[in-house]
Design a protein around this ligand. Sequence first.
Ligand code: NAD
Length: 295
Amino acid sequence: MPEPVTSAGALAATVPVGVVGAGTMGAGIAQVAAVAGHPVRLHDQDGAAAERAVTTVGTHLDRAVAKGRLSDTDAAAATDRLSSVTALDDLAGCGLVVEAIVEDLAVKQQLFADLERICAADAVLASNTSSLSVDDLALGLAGPGRVAGLHFFNPAPVLPLVEVVAGARTDPAVLDTLVATARRWGKTPVRAASTPGFIVNRVARPYYGEAFRLLESGLVDAVTVDAMLRESGGFRMGPFELIDLIGLDVNLAVSRSVWEAFDRDPRFEPSPLQERLVADGRLGRKTGHGVHTGD
Ligand code: NAD
């Protein structure tokens, strides 16, 4: 039996954490790790995006202070612990790297190959993928045992749920470490198997798909659907408000990935309306327009 690459306890707060991808999720995950005490290095292929994300995290921490959720001192310390790095090689000393880049298997596989070369042999390599197979992500790596899913929900600093996803070859000690670390970060980790969409996105795909199909039928508009579910249905957000928050492109990539993984089962078929909106650059809040105009 090979030695486990890590012990089963939570990562010590002194261990540097790397985050790759400084978009919606990467910025949030970096914030969570920095508040939990880790030195955090945030990398994006777009250096300006990584710098913007550091500024955004600072703004979010200021807001948390204003709301009385974080002390001034803790916010300042978390800000000091977070930095953007321009080269992926700068993640060499990290004990955990969480990737939150584009939901594209080939691009993520290349990143994991690079991280395997750069990081120490006992560093844990985790993916925030919403839907892709952990086994596929680790394909071709010399050490697939240290690769697992660590799937946060949007917004990562606010929502407690984290799916800890096991590939067939993931070392059980790595999974235990991720569960313990997520708990120490104030999250509620749930173990999930590496099946398409894991748990939440498997359940959610037909929900988003059916909401779009209803919209395509012209029987009801998006504002009404969202208002009904939010105001009377007990949902925090309606489906289209949520899709605008997630990003229509990100949501579509996940739908396509789950649909393909289930051999194009019609239950998971992506909506042509969503495809059109993405092609028109209506990606949701990040572009100012999504299902709802002027978001
Ligand atoms: P995003 O589009 O907001 O950000 C992605 C970032 O990754 C961009 O800044 C981009 O420049 C960068 N990037 C792309 N390829 C890169 C590479 N090879 N190296 C370095 N940086 C690279 O995306 P997001 O919404 O943050 O989603 C990221 C991941 O998290 C995806 O796998 C997605 O499925 C998952 N996810 C998203 C949500 C959500 O609600 N948006 C929720 C949970 C999980």
